[in-house]
Design a protein around this ligand. Structure first.
Ligand code: EPZ
Length: 437
C-alpha cells in the first residue's frame, strides 16, 4: 500500500548486486574447497538458487546476514530438478560446473515455454564450440549436455553479445587447460566480479575490449579470503529515479560513477542534480524536469534494466520523451499499468536500418512489436490498483504510486523481492509512505 505525495529524502545503502551474486554462487561449484561470499543480497532470486544448490547436494551455510559459505565438495547430482530449474533464469549456467564435475548435465529450459527454445541459442552454440554435445528434448523440456571426449579450448565468437553467455563461457574455459579466446563479449561490470573471483582462484583472464582470453587450469585454488560482491547498480538507478520523480534528495551509499556514467549523463540532461562523493552519489530534484530521448544499449550504454524506472520519471518531465528498447523484445510491461494512473504513452516503431543487427534479441519480422514508446509529460498521476509483471517493472510501479495522488495498491510484491532486498524498509527510511500488507 502506498500513499502518494511524499518526497524521498535521506540516505540509503545498496545491497550486493543480484547479477553478480547469482553467478558467483554457481562459479563456486568450480572450486575444490569451501567458498565464502560477502555482501550477498537477501533476495528471492538468491534464495531460489540456493534451494536448487541444496537439491544438488551442495552445502549452504549463512555465516552472517550477508555472508554465505558454499561447500561444493558434496555436489552429487548432475540433473537440475524441474521445480527449481524453472524458477531461476540462471539455472542453465550450471552447465559449466556440472560438465566439469560429471561430464554431463541435465538442465530444464530456463523458465520458458516447453516447445520453443528459450533464447539460449548463443549459449548452446558456445558449449558446442568447447566440445560439449548438447541436445534439447521438447517432450521433457530438458537440455542434456555431455562431454564424452572431454572439453577442449576454443576460439569462439558470439553472434551477438550476451551477458550470461559471456559469463558461462568464462566459467567453462576456466577449467579447460590452455588458452581459450571469446569474442564479441558483453561488457556489463558484473562480469568483472566473476573475472576477479576466478583470478583469485588462479585463473588468468584478460579482457581486451570485447575479447576475453582465459588460460584455464586443471583445478582452482582455494580462496583464502571471502569474496566481496559489488553493489547493485540497478538498485541505485531505481532509488535515484524514485527520488527525482518525488522531487526528493537522496544519497546512495555504494553507488559508483564507473558503473552509472550513462545514467548520470541522462539525469543531468533532464535537469536534475547529481553530486558524486567518494563512495556515494547524491541525486536531487532542482526544478522542472526536461524530456529526454533514450536508446537502451549494452554496457556502458543506458541499460535495459533502467528504462522502466526512467519511464515513470519522464511522465513528470515537460515535453515528449522517447525510449527505444534494443536489448529485449518489447520490455514495456509496465506501460499499461502506468496508463491506468493517467500516464500518456504511445508505442511506435522507429525507423531502423537493419533490425537484425540493431536489436540484440533474435528479431523476427513476423512477431515484431513496437520497440519504442513516446511518453507525454508532464502528466498528473492518480492512484490505482497495479499488478507487478516483472522485477524491474515492479519497482517502477512503486515509484509511480509514490508520485500519484491518493493511496495505491501494488499486487505481486514478491516479484519485486526477487531482486530488491527489503525494498519497503529502505523506502520508508527515506520518507516513503509505504507498507506491506
Ligand atoms: C542479463 O540477462 C541480466 N540477467 C539481465 O538482468 C540484464 O537485463 C541483461 O543481462 C542485459 O544486461 C542476469 O544477469 C541474470 P543477454 P541475459 O543474454 O544474460 C537475447 C534483471 O532483471 N539472447 O545479454 O539473459 C536475449 O533474449 C535481468 O536483473 C538470445 O536471443 O541477457 C536478450 O533479448 C533482466 N539468445 C538479448 O539477447 C541467447 O542465446 C540480450 O540478452 C542469449 C541472449
Amino acid at each position: 500500500m502506498i500513499q502518494g505525495g511524499s518526497a524521498l529524502k535521506g540516505t540509503v545503502t545498496l545491497s550486493g548486486a543480484k547479477n553478480v551474486a547469482l553467478k558467483l554462487i554457481i562459479a563456486s561449484l568450480l572450486c575444490e574447497g569451501r567458498v565464502v561470499l560477502t555482501n550477498v543480497p537477501r533476495i528471492g532470486d538468491v534464495e531460489e538458487l540456493l534451494h536448487l544448490m541444496i537439491d544438488l547436494g551442495v552445502g549452504i551455510n549463512w555465516k552472517d546476514k550477508h555472508e554465505l559459505e558454499i561447500d561444493p565438495t558434496t555436489l552429487k547430482n548432475h540433473k537440475v530438478d524441474l521445480l527449481y530449474g524453472s524458477k531461476t533464469r540462471v539455472s542453465f549456467m550450471l552447465f559449466a560446473p556440472l560438465l566439469h564435475r560429471f561430464g554431463r548435465a541435465l538442465i530444464p529450459n530456463p523458465g520458458g515455454c516447453r516447445i520453443g527454445e528459450r533464447p539460449i541459442d548463443r549459449h548452446i552454440e558456445m558449449l558446442r564450440a568447447f566440445g560439449a554435445q548438447v541436445e534439447y528434448d521438447s517432450s521433457t523440456g530438458y537440455y542434456s549436455a555431455k562431454a564424452n571426449s572431454g572439453l577442449k579450448t576454443a576460439k569462439f565468437r558470439f553472434s551477438k553479445p550476451t551477458h550470461t553467455g559471456t559469463e558461462l563461457a568464462i566459467m567453462l574455459a576456466s577449467l579447460i587447460e590452455g588458452q581459450s579466446t571469446i569474442e564479441n563479449c558483453a561488457r556489463e561490470p558484473e562480469i568483472d566480479d566473476l573475472i576477479a573471483f576466478l583470478a583469485m582462484a588462479g585463473v588468468k583472464i584478460e579482457r581486451n575490449d570485447d575479447v576475453i582470453s582465459v588460460w584455464g587450469v586443471s583445478k582452482l585454488k582455494n580462496n583464502k579470503e571471502p569474496f566481496t560482491i559489488s553493489f547493485d547498480r540497478n538498485e541505485a538507478v531505481t532509488y535515484a529515479s524514485f527520488a527525482l520523480a518525488t522531487k526528493g534528495d537522496i544519497e546512495i551509499i555504494g553507488a559508483s560513477r564507473e558503473t552509472l556514467s550513462s545514467f548520470i549523463e541522462k539525469v543531468r540532461e533532464a535537469g536534475a542534480g547529481v553530486e558524486e562523493k567518494d563512495n556515494s552519489i547524491r541525486f536531487f530534484y532542482q526544478g522542472p524536469l526536461k524530456a529526454t530521448e533514450i536508446v537502451t544499449d549494452v554496457s556502458p550504454g543506458f541499460m535495459t534494466d533502467w528504462q522502466a524506472p526512467w519511464a515513470v520519471l519522464m511522465t513528470q518531465a515537460e515535453g515528449v520523451s522517447t525510449i527505444h528498447e534494443r536489448i529485449f523484445e518489447n520490455r514495456f510491461s509496465y506501460a499499461p499499468e502506468l496508463i491506468k494512473l493517467g500516464a500518456k504513452f504511445e508505442y511506435f516503431s522507429p525507423p531502423v536500418e537493419n533490425r537484425e543487427d540493431f536489436y540484440h534479441f533474435n528479431w523476427k519480422a513476423e512477431n515484431a512489436s513496437p520497440q519504442a514508446v513516446r511518453i507525454y509529460g508532464k502528466t498528473k498521476l492518480h492512484n490505482g490498483v497495479l499488478k507487478v509483471t516483472d522485477l524491474r517493472a515492479g519497482a517502477t510501479l512503486l515509484i509511480a504510486a509514490s508520485v500519484a495522488s491518493g493511496e495505491s495498491v501494488v499486487l505481486g510484491a514478491s516479484i519485486i523481492d526477487r531482486g530488491y532486498e527489503t525494498i519497503e524498509v529502505k523506502l520508508r527510511q527515506m520518507g516513503a509512505n509505504i507498507k506491506r500488507v
